[in-house]
Every structure is written in structure tokens, then in C-alpha cells.
Design a binder for this molecule. Structure first.
Ligand code: NAP
Length: 412
């Protein structure tokens, strides 16, 4: 093999048709689990080989998401140990569950994409031969389903990523590589939460409470709610984020620092503590109705902070409405006062990433310009740890962060 084909520097591509033996990858290893800043190291590792229906993508830019914060911490799941139990050979993990790049090589049964295609990658992965793909939750509800870059390695934090052919979607041509790399995970997740659970889909005029409105999910949820005709009200924790959410389309914004009843519910026998909690929840409900322009309660509550906010979400949701949750940033041991759920006939719905129809619908909204990627900041390949540290500390700028891999500068 020629020297040029052994490995190429980050920011460069090999000649078309040449797959190098090695690649630069930002790896996680078990002995580095901990603060994200120190958990990643750039190493040279073999370029992954392909199965018949798999695709090798030269990553131009990668998106930063919360799942790899969890992976870097090694908690609550040791992703390397979990992958090895499922048969993975590697003692390292390459994260990265969002990315955009150029199809570089394909397995012999791949028909949907070809070398040279510009693609945006989705992170939902399942066994195409599984017998439970047609269940009520779709392929993402299959026992075989997992998240590429988290459950499954060879994610986008490397020069080459290995994906299944069904993970590839056409890249909207007007977007930069970095813009294209940041919207699929949060956008498709948000789309499924807001449109994937009939009859609780956003209808024109529906109020939608969006926690973390300036975050990755929230910035997509505000725009998707607007695109579907709903009225989003965002929650944030600082002034600048408030302006950001309004600019994206939020009808109103609430600063959660004005309240202090967050977290798990007090003991049901502690009347004083419960009364205090109820006072906080009622005050939040009033602020919410005011933010919605004096209207009723939100028909859909878009949840992901989890433990800190779920009791309030269930309380403020409209009678017959839905709290739809996909995460637990503040903790996953959350309380529900079931009286509000059953008497008011509310629905508490779990949601995990998205099925192909959700990804395609979201990609269509982006291609049509109705939902815009919200690129907050672009990092160099060496700064992957820093980007995840900022996210871990909730000090990242509003929107979604990108990492340049093959791309150089603002666009390439
Ligand atoms: P992000 O960009 O960090 O945004 C999260 C937002 O949540 C922050 O902007 C913050 O906004 C808010 N927040 C943080 N702590 C909070 C608390 N204690 N109470 C209320 N709000 C709080 O992260 P993201 O990409 O949106 O992801 C959010 C969560 O969803 C993560 O836990 C992630 O793992 C999960 N997730 C799950 C899926 C799935 O498919 N299951 C997909 C995507 C994300 P303020 O400080 O301004 O309020």
C-alpha cells in the first residue's frame, strides 16, 4: 500500500476510491472515563471493514450530542463493556451520533447510495432481519435497536464512519458541512416527539411547553412546533437564551430560575413540603398561561430534563394532553403524582430517537428551509473533549455544536 493510502491528515481526503488502512479517531477508553475534557484522545486506529449492506462515509463534520457526554463519563452505562458483551472486538469506543460526509465505499448489496454522494447520517440502527421491526414503536422499538455512536461504535468522531445504508439521507445542498452535521439527531428526535404519537400530534393552535428551549432538542422543537402550526413556549435559564428562543419562534419564554420547586416530589405525608411544592407548581402554571398569551394549558409538554421537571410537566399539561419524554439530563428517577395523570386523563409517553419516516420528514422540513439547523459553534477535531465538557456543564451556547473532521474552516 502506498504511503498516501496508509493514513491522511485530519482535514484532508485520500484520492477518490482509496480507503486508507488507518484513520485518526477521537476515542474513549475505559481508563479515561470521567470528565469529558480528559476522556477523549486522538489515536490512529484501523478503518472499519464493511458488511454487505454497510457504507463507509468520509466524515466532513460531526455533531455533538448529550449521549457521548454520558459515554465519556462511563455512566450510567459503560458503553465499551456493553458493546463487548454484544460481540464487539474493540477495547475503545468511537462516539459521534450525528454527522455529514461523502460516501466513500459501499458493501456489495448497497443500492441506495453510491461513492461520491453527500449524505447526512441518522443514528438509529437495528437488525434488518429482526422479526419485531413492525411493532407499534417501529424499528426503533425493536429489541435489536441501538444508537450509532453510543450503543454502536465507529461513529462520526473519526475520519471514516461505518453506517448501515438506511442511515444515509441526502444532504441539503445549500447547507455547509457543519450545518448539515448538527440537526438530524435532535431534529428527528423532536419531530417524533411532536408528530409521532397520534392523536397527540401538534395541531394548529396547540400550546407546546418546550423545556430547555435553547438546547439542541429545544431549538429544533420550537421550530418544528411552529412548522406544524403550534404555539411553543420555551423554558430557559438565562436572559440571552430567552432572546434566542423568541427569535426561533417561541411565543413566550419562562426563566426557570424564577422558581425553586424543582426535583423529586416531597413525601406525600409531609403537608408543609407538599404545600410549598404545590405553590411553586401553581406559580409556574400561571407564568405558563401568561406566556401562552392567556390561553389554556399546553396540550403537549416536550420533556427531557426528567427528574427536575417531570412532576411539574405532569401537573401543567392540559387535561387529555401528553407529556412526551426522551431523556433525563437532571436524573432519571422522577416522580409522578398519579392523581393528576389519571383524573385529568393525561398521557405520559416515552420516545427514543426516530424511525425512518420521522427522519425523512425532518430532512424534508430542513431541505425546504422551514426548519433551520442551529449551528452554535464549530470546533476543531482536537477540541471534541472541550465541546462535550461545555455541554456537560450546561455552559455551551444555544443550539447545536459541530466538530470539523474532513471540512476545513466555516465551509468546505
Ligand atoms: P442540551 O443542548 O444540553 O440542552 C438541554 C437543555 O436542558 C439545556 O439547554 C438546559 O436549558 C436544559 N436543562 C439542563 N438542566 C436542566 C434542569 N435541571 N432543569 C430544566 N432544564 C434543564 O441537550 P439536548 O441535546 O437538548 O439533550 C437533552 C437531553 O435529551 C439529554 O439528556 C440527552 O441525552 C437527551 N436526548 C435523548 C434522545 C433520545 O433519543 N432518547 C435524543 C436527544 C437527546 P436551560 O438551562 O436554559 O433551562
Amino acid at each position: 500500500m502506498s504511503a498516501v493510502a496508509e493514513i491522511v491528515p485530519v482535514g484532508e481526503l485520500p484520492p477518490p476510491g482509496i480507503v486508507p488502512r488507518l484513520m485518526h479517531a477521537a476515542t474513549l477508553r475505559q481508563d479515561r472515563y470521567g470528565q469529558p475534557r480528559d476522556a477523549f484522545a486522538v489515536e490512529q486506529v484501523p478503518v472499519p471493514s464493511l458488511g454487505p449492506r454497510q457504507v463507509l462515509v468520509a466524515v466532513m463534520a460531526a455533531g455533538v450530542n448529550y449521549d457521548v457526554v454520558w459515554a465519556a463519563l462511563g455512566h450510567p452505562v459503560d458503553v465499551i463493556a456493553a458493546a463487548r458483551r454484544r460481540g464487539a472486538a474493540e477495547d475503545y469506543h468511537i462516539g459521534g451520533s450525528d454527522g455529514a460526509g461523502i460516501v466513500w465505499a459501499v458493501g456489495e448489496e448497497v443500492t441506495g447510495v453510491a461513492p461520491g454522494d453527500h449524505v447526512v447520517l441518522s443514528c438509529g440502527v437495528w437488525d434488518e432481519a429482526a422479526d419485531d421491526l413492525e411493532g407499534p414503536a417501529g424499528p426503533m422499538g425493536s429489541r435489536s435497536a441501538g444508537i450509532w455512536g453510543y450503543d454502536i461504535g465507529f461513529g462520526s468522531f473519526a475520519q471514516f464512519a461505518r453506517v448501515e445504508q438506511y442511515q444515509c439521507y441526502p444532504k441539503p445542498p445549500e447547507l455547509s458541512w457543519e450545518e448539515a452535521s448538527v440537526y438530524m439527531l435532535t431534529g428527528a428526535t423532536a419531530y417524533r416527539q411532536l408528530a409521532g404519537f397520534p392523536p397527540h400530534t401538534v395541531r394548529p393552535g396547540d400550546g407546546v411547553l418546550v423545556w430547555g428551549g435553547a438546547g439542541g432538542l429545544g431549538s429544533m422543537a420550537i421550530q418544528i412546533t411552529r412548522a406544524l402550526g403550534g404555539v411553543p413556549v420555551a423554558v430557559v435559564s438565562d436572559e440571552a437564551k430567552s432572546d434566542f428562543c423568541r427569535a426561533l419562534g417561541a411565543a413566550g419564554v419562562i426563566d426557570r430560575r424564577d422558581f425553586d420547586h424543582w426535583g423529586r416530589l416531597p413525601d406525600i405525608d409531609d403537608g408543609d413540603a407538599l404545600g410549598e411544592w404545590m405553590g411553586g407548581a401553581r406559580a409556574f402554571g400561571q407564568a405558563l398561561r401568561a406566556a401562552m398569551g392567556g390561553g389554556g394549558a399546553p396540550r403537549i409538554v416536550f420533556e427531557h430534563p426528567g427528574e427536575a421537571t417531570l412532576p411539574t410537566s405532569v401537573y401543567v399539561c392540559e387535561t387529555g394532553g401528553m407529556v412526551v419524554i426522551c431523556g433525563g439530563t437532571s436524573g432519571y428517577n422522577a416522580d409522578v403524582d398519579l392523581r393528576y395523570l389519571w383524573v385529568r386523563q393525561k398521557r405520559l409517553q416515552g420516545s427514543h430517537f426516530a424511525n425512518p419516516e420521522d427522519c425523512a420528514a425532518l430532512n424534508g422540513l430542513v431541505a425546504d428551509g422551514r426548519v433551520k439547523p442551529v449551528l452554535s459553534r464549530s470546533f476543531s477535531f482536537a477540541e471534541i473533549g472541550e465541546a462535550h465538557q461545555l455541554m456537560h456543564e450546561n455552559r455551551h451556547e444555544p443550539g447545536n455544536m459541530a466538530v470539523r473532521v474532513g471540512a476545513r474552516g466555516a465551509d468546505a
